[in-house]
Design a protein around this ligand. Structure first.
Ligand code: PLP
Length: 395
């Protein structure tokens, strides 16, 4: 395909959808490979062939613990971020059977929000704390929502759609001042911003491998020592009786390697990647009229930019980007034929026309200056072209 004078390489993918999932790092794949056909023993076996694998799992546990400032005993391997989130909520409710109230936010991922909505049908009560136009949490509302029967406060560390970072340290203190357990869904935050649980008094934290260049299907629930918690998946004695099921050794080892890499790359993420993100954002805002960034600009993940383009549909922009090999996401969910703005955009009060035209670009350490330049060159043309045929009024 030729756009103007510029030939577009049909095979090239520019991947700017890293909040959806990330590429498995080659180092991670290399670390995992021996655990399929060579070192495939069960870590719980009495024989050395299996038992030796336990050391690799322990090493991975130590690497994950190091990345978030935890101790290895506080790390429970799960199958994904969703399982970690479900385990945190259900495990806390099971451990506190007299308490039937949960405080959470209006902008949580469905792994928390969907579960909480389900629990209301099981006669639990849920309070969703609102956010403002910048996507920032209303801390006074949160503090006022806590009741004597509140079992848990669960608030995400960083939002997957906007990248907005919540002050989880403060939220943890509010929860603790009221004697309530605090969980944070840190699936988007881990590996992207420094996290030190030795200093931030979180009780439970969820993370997911596939957001930090490990494979899909592996996650972690951090459980602070002393936290009252009952297992969600009940079976064997794995993970110190906190999560039954034979260990997914290859993926655990992969996650350990990914955690090691993330700890090394966190500076690059917060300098070079952040600069790439800022450049992309500034160039788009400067060259396309009627567009703006959704979410607080400062307290934000360094890799995420969510931009609303008025008078255009996000899906149309995505299709045009896709034709150029550029992968991004939109802020509306195409369900049952209707394009509904996401619950995050609605909670922030983003006007319908702007929410409809919102695009999330999410970068990783693998993106280059040249890729960002290519995208910044093409987005304004795409917007002009689509506005010329827009059904939303302005041409
Ligand atoms: N929480 C957040 C904030 C997420 O962004 C995601 C995935 O997109 C999840 C939880 C679910 O993680 P997983 O895909 O590992 O189940």
């Amino acid at each position: 395909m030729v756009r103007g004078e510029q030939a577009v390489d049909q095979d090239r993918i520019i991947y700017l959808d890293n909040n959806a999932t990330t590429m498995v790092a080659p180092e991670v794949l290399g670390a995992m490979q021996p655990f399929f056909c060579e070192r495939y023993g069960n870590a719980s076996s009495m024989h050395r062939f299996g038992g030796d694998v336990r050391h690799d799992i322990d090493e991975a546990r130590a690497n994950v613990a190091h990345l978030i400032g935890a101790t290895p005993e506080e790390i429970v391997f799960t199958s994904c971020g969703t399982e970690s989130d479900n385990t945190a909520v259900v495990g806390t409710l099971r451990a506190n059977p007299d308490k039937r109230h949960i405080v959470t936010s209006k902008v949580e991922h469905p792994a928390i929000r969907g579960l909480c909505q389900y629990l209301t049908r099981e006669r639990y009560e849920v309070t969703e704390v609102p956010v403002n136009r910048q996507g920032e949490l209303d801390l006074d509302f949160l503090a006022d929502s806590i009741r004597p029967d509140t079992a848990l406060v669960s608030v995400m560390w960083a939002n997957n759609e906007t990248g907005v970072i919540f002050p989880v340290g403060e939220v943890a203190e509010i929860a603790h001042a009221n004697g309530v357990v605090f969980h944070t869904d840190a699936v988007q935050a881990v590996g992207r911003i420094p996290i030190n649980l030795a200093e931030t008094p979180v009780d439970l934290l969820s993370l997911s491998g596939h957001k930090i260049h490990a494979p899909k299907g592996i996650g972690v629930l951090y459980v602070r020592r002393g936290t009252k918690f009952a297992p969600f998946i009940i079976g064997g004695h794995q993970e110190r009786n906190r999560r039954g099921g034979t260990e997914n050794t290859a993926s655990i080892v992969g996650l350990g390697k990914a955690a090691e890499l993330a700890a090394e790359r966190i500076v690059d993420e917060n300098t070079r990647v952040k600069t790439l993100r800022d450049t992309l954002e500034e160039r788009i805002l400067a060259s396309a009229p009627d567009c703006f960034v959704n979410g607080a600009r400062d307290e934000r993940l360094p890799n995420t930019s969510n931009i609303s383009f008025e008078y255009v549909e996000g899906e149309a922009i995505l299709l045009k980007l896709d034709q150029l090999g550029v992968c991004a996401s939109s802020g509306s969910a195409c369900t049952s034929g209707s394009l509904e703005p996401s619950h995050v955009m609605r909670a922030m009060g983003v006007p319908f026309t702007a929410a409809h035209g919102s695009i999330r670009f999410s970068l990783s350490v693998y993106n280059t200056e040249e890729e960002i330049s290519f995208v910044a060159d093409h987005v304004p043309d795409i917007i002009t072209e689509l506005r010329a045929i827009s059904p939303y009024g302005r041409k």
